[in-house]
Design a protein. Structure first.
Length: 389
């Protein structure tokens, strides 16, 4: 019982009261029922449908873990919690192959350098051949993997649930290096993993509001930046965790912390250029001069990339457990707990269209398939390619 209590407090440390602890536990980890009544959907800015489903596929459900489809060339890869891994045609959704991983999957999918990567609840990294689906190797790390493994050249980078980051040899899965750090007594459970840039730098956020940049070749730290400062009298109040992926864009890296800030950081040095007080659990999308952020209570903000100044706030989707924003063309798009996908006006944040998927919640991180197509995966097991008419 003591272990269970510690786990409960760790998962729910962002709450400000015992009631909030119970509600947040129910919402995020026991069927994901909303702690607050989701806002009713309102009439949209314009009449007529703008969105359409280009194709859809079924890959199997996920009740407990967060998965994001991966795009590689002209293929899409998606996995279920029970380990059904699919390769689909990105244009039609047609199945190329399907394999059973034989393990309970908790982190996936990562793809690159001719291989597909999954993480399991038992701390195994599984590698498959991208062309055939044939198993290549397995590698064990210390604990459960909650996010997709990533690959850069000859190195696989994977983050474990205890916030260690591992560098594995892409040829055989053998461990090359490990990065670890002391974490606060209480921390939010998060499926955010790592982001790799085109030069092999690894960006990862941690409890306590810290963002780091590592060298994927050897795990050496390039820099560490402060996204948020823990505040408050209690451990619960002092939670300031980075629970979403940073966004890398040109010379800049953008990151957000739960009960903290959104910041713009100089990519080369780690110097914080600006900070905007805004709590975010699910993350950020960047498009040119604008940053789109999902706030903790499910409002969406548009910020200036150079200063963090707020342009608009979309507050009609409160408590609908909306996803991180993603760009569909020039429009920000989010999904919600009832399987609705909402398209927002870039200029003022008004909802200009919405489309229903399968009625189950949209996973936290949609992905851009191409400039005019976005992929969302649902907890019910649907993969939907959504585009503009």
């Amino acid at each position: 019982m003591r272990v269970l209590l510690i786990l409960l407090l760790t998962l729910l440390a962002g709450c400000s009261s015992v009631t909030d602890l119970k509600d947040d536990f129910t919402e995020r980890f026991m069927g994901r029922e909303p702690a607050n009544t989701p806002s009713e959907l309102k009439e949209m800015k314009q009449e007529g449908s703008t969105l359409k489903v280009l194709w859809q596929a079924s890959v199997g459900a996920s009740a407990d873990y967060d998965f994001t489809p991966a795009v590689y060339g002209t293929a899409v890869f998606a996995v279920s919690q029970t380990g059904d891994l699919y390769k689909l045609d990105s244009i039609t959704g047609k199945e190329f192959w399907h394999v059973a991983a034989g393990e309970n999957i908790s982190g996936g999918v990562g793809v690159g350098e001719g291989m597909v990567l999954l993480g399991t609840s038992k701390g195994m990294v599984l590698a498959f051949d991208e062309k055939t689906g044939k198993a290549m190797w397995q590698s064990r790390i210390a604990s459960e993997i909650l996010s997709a493994p990533r690959i850069f050249k000859d190195m696989v980078v994977v983050r474990s649930g205890d916030s260690r980051i591992y560098g594995l040899n892409a040829a055989d899965g053998k461990r090359k290096w490990v990065y670890e750090r002391v974490t606060p007594a209480l921390a939010l459970r998060s499926s955010a993993g790592v982001v790799l840039d085109e030069q092999g730098a690894v960006f990862a956020g941690f409890s306590g509001g810290k963002l780091i940049a590592l060298n994927s070749a050897d795990g050496r730290v390039f820099w560490e930046a402060t996204v948020a400062f823990p505040k408050g009298a209690t451990e619960i109040e002092r939670i300031a965790d980075i629970t979403s992926l940073p966004a890398v864009d040109g010379r800049f890296v953008y990151a957000a912390a739960y009960q903290g800030n959104v910041v713009g950081i100089e990519r080369a040095s780690g110097r914080v250029l600006w900070s905007h007080e805004l709590s975010s659990y699910n993350g950020i999308a960047v498009d040119g001069s604008l940053i789109f952020v999902t706030q903790g209570n499910d409002a969406v903000y548009s910020l200036d990339y150079a200063s963090g100044r707020s342009f608009w706030r979309q507050g009609e989707l409160l408590y609908r457990q909306i996803s991180a924003p993603v760009l569909l063309g020039r429009f920000p798009l989010v999904g919600d707990l009832e399987g609705w996908v909402h398209l927002l006006d870039r200029d003022d944040g008004a909802i200009i269209d919405r489309i229903k998927t399968d009625g189950s919640a949209i996973m936290p991180q949609p992905v851009t398939l191409s400039n005019g197509v976005v992929l969302v995966q649902t907890r019910g097991g649907g993969v939907f390619a959504i585009t503009l008419k």
